[in-house]
Write a protein that binds this ligand. Sequence first.
Ligand SMILES: Nc1ncnc2c1ncn2[C@@H]1O[C@H](COP(=O)(O)OP(=O)(O)OP(=O)(O)O)[C@@H](O)[C@H]1O
Length: 230
Amino acid sequence: MSSVLITAKDISKSYSSGYSGTRQKVLSKCSLTIHQGEVVGLIGPSGSGKSTFGRILSGLDRSDSGSIHYRDRPLTYTMWTRDYSIRRKIQILFQDPGGTFNPVKTLKNSFLQVLKLPGVTLPDGGITSVLEDIGLHEEILSRFPHEISGGQAQRLALARILLVNPDLIILDEPTSALDLSVQAQILHLLKRIKEKRNISYLFISHDEEVLQFMCDKIFKMELGTIVPYQ
Ligand SMILES: Nc1ncnc2c1ncn2[C@@H]1O[C@H](COP(=O)(O)OP(=O)(O)OP(=O)(O)O)[C@@H](O)[C@H]1O
């Protein structure tokens, strides 16, 4: 078995809701371990807390209690938000990549911005090689976000994530907004990238068939906790 990449232990989270600000408990002592190179699936009904858990794992949201360890190193929320060398190792890809790119700038501009982040260097072969990995031609970078399809936008969002060289990508319903043939292409692409780079995925989806195709293990979000699926 490969080494442990990330461990979440007893993660709990509640949100304030309504005028009265009543606390609604969404996650209750959720625990999950992901190994290097492993693809772990997370299924569960709508509103059960899958995305909330993914956001907490990626440092985009803060848990009320519980702990996260990245390669045996305990992560506090502050550390996560300030230490970009760690933060870039855990990335998240959303269902709708629309908001990923600035609508008034060319796609090339969005890529160059990523390269300005600390610790991010241009890979061997440059941007062209990353684009080839995800099946796109460099020409696409001269376009604006509204000039590309949903599938191309998702590929580009993935390419931008790959530029920061992550260890784990949280895939939050990454193909739900795409039609079936494009969905299949993206799933195969994700598999190829995982094999080539030995990265790990937490794959969040409602679709059991997709998870069976992609994942080494599947868990279910049930009543705010994570339990083995089947
Ligand atoms: N920022 C927030 N403020 C208040 N409530 C929130 C917030 N984010 C999520 N919630 C609530 O937390 C619950 C879990 O939401 P979450 O998006 O994590 O579920 P999910 O399982 O990913 O759902 P879906 O499969 O529909 O995407 C929902 O009731 C949602 O309304």
